[in-house]
Ligand binder design. Structure first.
Ligand SMILES: Cc1cc2nc3c(=O)[nH]c(=O)nc-3n(C[C@H](O)[C@H](O)[C@H](O)COP(=O)(O)O)c2cc1C
Length: 353
């Protein structure tokens, strides 16, 4: 079955079944470069920024924090915070920067985030989150959404979850991304909180049954087409995190299954991404940042380890020369048709000499 994309392409709703494919916000991963790569594999996914705090958007290096390339669109900007006024202001700035959706992080279990009284700890404060959502919704025209967990250790019943969901929905949130685990704020670090509390997908499905009018998107451990299909039969979409980072081509397979996208090979995507690298290097971006999303591109294929090693050499990366990447992919034979033909000198960027 093909699904019609929704979320930011809302006109498509009238066409029939509507399901959403989203790539999860991931700190130190889903930056503008990673999103550019993901968009090459998936024309239909809604991509997320990393979480940015409302304070940083309002008072910090806003241009850098909110930047994205037009080719990445549609992109949802995820904000962290718990102060309605500040979140409203940050939402307004993000919407003005062109983001298609503003998302509030109520799922991050990091101690640093907790000190700032936001992230997953807010699941214990439905009223406060509702006030934040209301302030954000009043400040912008684009959708305000929430990403949360199933609950917090010690506060993880369906009754608690329903109280939270009812509060944010009454405040104007129509879409909730649910990481199908509880968060354990005492005793587990963020990485452990992404694997130790067991996945409970059936609770996300049941939530949809109790809130049929809300758009419920399942997240957590979706790394096969079969797992995505099982969710799509019960909820309104799937959000993919680590599987998209580890194996970006998985997004292409999902997009193909859900929306009939064209198949895109790693080689095709890399060829296109080289153009992005070239223009970004010319604008002063660091090669190390540009290379990070493509390190795992060929995972499992012969030569992948060597490719990764060549592209992880700090000295080579500090040169900020595209030739480092071209040499690596030539050495392991990963270059696709489009960039195989022109001689090296013509595809080298201007800073490489
Ligand atoms: C490196 C990393 C960084 C993350 N950063 C964020 C973040 O900034 N905001 C957020 O809501 N979730 C964050 N997450 C959680 C993911 O969005 C997602 O909910 C989680 O990884 C479960 O989905 P998955 O099993 O598909 O990876 C992060 C996860 C990882 C692995």
């Amino acid at each position: 079955m093909l699904y019609v994309q929704q979320g930011t392409q809302r006109k498509a709703r009238s066409a029939g079944v509507t399901k959403l494919l989203a790539v999860a916000p991931m700190m130190a991963c889903t930056d503008t470069h990673c999103r550019t790569l993901h968009r090459l594999f998936s024309p239909n996914a809604l991509l997320f920024t990393e979480m940015v705090t409302a304070g940083a958007v309002v008072y910090g290096r806003r241009e850098r924090l909110l930047r994205f390339q037009p080719a990445e669109a549609p992109v949802a900007c995820q904000l962290g915070g718990s102060e309605p006024g500040l979140l409203g202001e940050a939402a307004h700035l993000a919407a003005s920067a062109g983001f298609a959706e503003i998302n509030l992080n109520v799922g991050c279990p990091s101690p640093r985030v907790r000190q700032g009284a936001f992230g997953a700890a807010l699941m214990a404060e439905p009223r406060r989150v509702a006030n934040c959502v209301a302030a954000m919704a009043a400040a912008v025209k684009v959708p305000i959404t929430v990403k949360c967990r199933l609950g917090l250790a010690g506060r993880d019943s369906d009754a608690h979850l329903d109280e939270f969901i009812a509060a944010v929905s009454e405040a104007g949130c129509r879409t909730v991304y649910v990481h199908a685990r509880i968060a354990v704020l005492d005793g587990l670090n963020p990485a452990q909180n992404r694997s130790i509390p067991p996945l409970q997908p059936e609770r996300v499905h049941a939530l949809k049954g109790r809130f049929p009018k809300l758009c419920i998107i399942a997240n957590g451990g979706i790394d096969t087409l079969a797992a995505a299909t099982a969710h799509l039969a019960c909820v309104d979409g799937v959000m993919i995190g680590r599987a998209a980072w580890r194996e970006p081509r998985f997004l292409n397979r999902l997009d193909l299954m859900m929306f009939g996208a064209q198949p895109v090979s790693e080689h095709d995507a890399l060829d296109a991404y080289l153009g992005h690298m070239r223009s970004q290097l010319a604008e002063g971006e660091r090669l190390a940042d540009l290379v990070r999303p493509i390190l795992g591109l060929f995972k499992g294929q012969p030569g992948a380890r060597r490719y990764r090693r060549l592209l992880s050499c700090p000295k080579a990366l500090r040169s900020d020369r595209l030739a480092v990447v071209l040499d690596a992919i030539d050495q392991v034979g990963f270059r696709g048709e489009a960039t195989r033909s022109p001689p090296l000198g013509t595809v080298e960027n201007s800073r490489a000499a």
